[in-house]
Design a protein around this ligand. Structure first.
Ligand code: ADP
Ligand code: MG
Length: 624
């Protein structure tokens, strides 16, 4: 092997360009990222040493060192962890075809100001070195390899890097930052100590710096962080600040967590849980699909086993961040073992329970925070309502909806609020789904209920239609979509100001409409839902909502054609006119206008929009 120059992959070069040219706020996070990489490398070595204890030979005290050379203006972050081979350096640092890279670019082009706070969340943390350095050298040797197998990598963060052999007596990795002009603050002892205690205090390994002597770094080392895993410390000893700082280093999120729960469980198995609800959707979760990179960090007896153990957390809690440290799982636990392990299944249900406890407490004690939580994660939690029947009742209790009695589109009404406001004679919870809040709030389907002062939940998130398909009741009350099936409004009392229609008197009109609209609708009937509008479209109870059908069609799915029923309001002047119309052609036009209006009111699209306009114009301004 000889030293050679290579080009970065295009996407890496793009990330580097952005990092060096547009990230200015929170520059100091580079230190957190490099220390976190060093800590990961120590975790990996400790894990590998379980099977191969010889890897630790001669140097068993795992540690991170931060060192400054004022004359050379360099800052070095060093670890005696797992190290890398030449191929690993190329793969991990030079050519990464990592999925995080592209997402980071997307997120960054969406909002450049937040770039520095994002960088660690997308698995591109190493590049943050180039925020403050115009040259970065990385020297490394894989544990277990001879000194001659060392590697030196170097780059100025533009298009190329060099890589070649190096003699490395000590195992592990050293990252040397040649600081840019104007970044001298990162040569200051107290600045660095401050950053370590702010961002890296709870790294589970000692971080050492030179003990100052006469205002300059001396020969002796001292540990500058707390150096014990936070979750292993007693709750009484920990302050909110400690939990918050640990959250930030765990999640690479600059923001504060909304809430957390920390528990030691002793029983048939023993483990520690530390779980956080973030203040906002973590960026990686926002940009990633539902099945990617979420889960908890898994430790077994303090030894790090894996990141993002998905088996410990259902997809509908993918926003939760945290740590599980088990006393009983085997150290050689793999993803395959996790999937079938009985202990893991128990931990997972305990995790769910703790998070739900935490959310319930937040909902009852801190309404504002809970509202923030629901805005950020409500849609994710709704997946749980659909998927997890064993927790459905608890999740439904936590759910918040917009409603005809609420404030605009804000989702603030709980099912318990709703039930408390139900009218005498009402025994069902009414809701309506639509593809926007405005479409739901303005729907003719609500008229009869509104006239009787009955509240309706207005559901307009994409997931709502799917969720409600799984939910049939809450607290013994049936949930009822007001746009589907026949609803008996009789038991809810008369709508004030509108006499009930006599179905017999309306029968000829209904029959006439059926023949005029032949083939366009499944059926025509007199509506109990309407007070002001002439007509609306109604589905059968099991039928898929029309807006969902449209959505699926647009996405290229094959969906069976649903033909809705047209419900009409015979008291409406348009229908009175239709009943009286003797000219068959004009009657047909009127019938189509009534039908097309119902389609529009539901948010649908007309098959023949220009025909609709022509027919409406003929109604408004009849030809002389
Ligand atoms: P992430 O840490 O999220 O994987 P980074 O960009 O911070 O992303 O690091 C990229 C990869 O480079 C790491 O996954 C690791 O394989 C390797 N790496 C970085 N720093 C070190 C180190 N100090 N020791 C060993 N490997 C490292
Ligand atoms: Mg990293």
């Amino acid at each position: 092997m000889t030293t050679e120059s290579r080009r970065f992959e295009a996407e890496v070069a793009q990330v580097l360009h952005l990092v060096t040219h547009s990230l200015y706020s929170h520059k100091e996070i580079f230190l957190r990222e490099l220390v976190s990489n060093a800590s990961d490398a120590l975790d990996k070595l400790r894990f590998a040493a379980i099977a191969a204890p010889a890897l630790l030979d001669g140097d068993a005290e795992l540690r991170i060192e931060i060192e400054v050379d004022r004359d050379a203006r360099t800052l070095t972050i060093r670890d005696n962890g797992i190290g890398m081979t030449c191929d690993e350096v190329v793969e991990n640092i030079g050519t990464i075809a990592r999925s995080g890279t592209r997402r980071f670019l997307e997120a960054l082009s969406a909002d450049q100001r937040t770039g520095t706070s994002l960088i660690g969340q997308f698995g591109v943390g190493f590049y943050s070195a180039f925020i403050v350095a115009d040259r970065v050298r990385l020297l490394t040797r894989r544990a277990g390899e001879p000194a001659a197998a060392g590697v030196e990598w170097s780059s100025d963060g533009t298009a190329e890097y060099t890589i070649g052999p190096a003699e490395r007596p000590a195992r592990g990795t050293e990252v040397v930052l040649h600081l840019k002009e104007g970044e001298d603050e990162f040569l200051e002892d107290w600045t660095l100590r401050g950053l370590v205690s702010k961002y890296s205090d709870h790294i589970g390994f000692p971080i050492r710096m030179r003990k100052p002597l006469d205002g300059k770094p001396g020969e002796e080392w001292e540990t500058v962080n707390h150096a014990s895993a936070l979750w292993t410390r007693p709750k009484t000893e920990l302050k909110d600040e400690d939990y918050k700082a640990f959250y930030q280093s765990l999640s690479h999120d600059m923001g504060e967590p909304l809430a957390w729960t920390h528990n030691r469980i002793e029983g048939s198995q023993s483990y520690t849980l530390l779980l956080y609800v973030p203040g906002a959707m973590p960026m990686d979760a926002l940009f990633a699909g539902r099945d990617e990179r979420h889960g908890l960090k898994l430790y077994v007896r303090r030894v790090f086993i894996m990141d993002a153990a998905q088996e410990l957390l259902p997809p509908w809690l993918r926003f939760v961040r945290g740590v599980v440290d088990s006393d009983d799982l085997p150290l050689n636990v793999s993803r395959e073992i996790l999937q079938e392990n009985r202990l893991v299944a128990q931990i997972r249900s305990a995790t769910i329970k703790r998070v739900l406890d935490l959310l319930e407490k937040l909902a009852s004690d801190e309404a504002d925070k809970y509202a923030r939580f629901w805005r950020a994660f409500g849609n994710v939690l709704k997946e749980g309502i659909a998927e997890d029947w064993s927790n459905r009742e608890r999740l439904l209790k936590l759910a918040r909806f917009a409603s005809t009695a609420g404030e605009g589109a804000t989702q603030s009404v709980s099912l318990d609020d709703y039930i408390a406001r139900m009218k005498p004679g009402q025994d069902e919870i009414y809701y309506l789904t639509a593809d926007s809040h405005a479409a739901a709030a303005g729907s003719p389907q609500l008229e009869a209920l509104r006239a009787r002062g009955i509240e309706v939940l207005l559901l307009s998130d994409r997931i709502d239609e799917w969720m409600t398909a799984h939910v049939h009741e809450y607290a013994g009350k049936r949930l009822r979509n007001v746009a589907k099936g026949e609803i008996d409004f009789g038991k809810l009392g008369e709508a004030p100001g509108r006499p009930a229609t006599d179905p017999d008197a309306a029968r000829p009109l209904v029959e006439r409409l059926k023949s005029l609209l032949d083939g366009q609708v499944a059926d025509v009937r007199v509506s109990q839902r309407l007070t002001d509008s002439p007509a609306c479209l109604v589905l059968g109870e099991g039928q898929m909502a029309l807006h969902l059908t449209r959505l699926l069609k647009q996405a290229g799915h094959e969906v069976p054609e649903t033909r809705p029923t047209l419900e009409v309001n015979p008291a409406h002047p348009l229908l009175a006119r239709l009943a009286a119309e003797t000219d068959e052609a004009r009657a047909r036009d009127l019938a189509r206008v009534v039908h097309d209006q119902a389609v529009l009111a539901e948010g649908g699209q007309l098959e023949d929009p220009s025909g609709f306009v022509r027919r409406v114009n003929a109604l408004i301004a009849p030809a002389a």
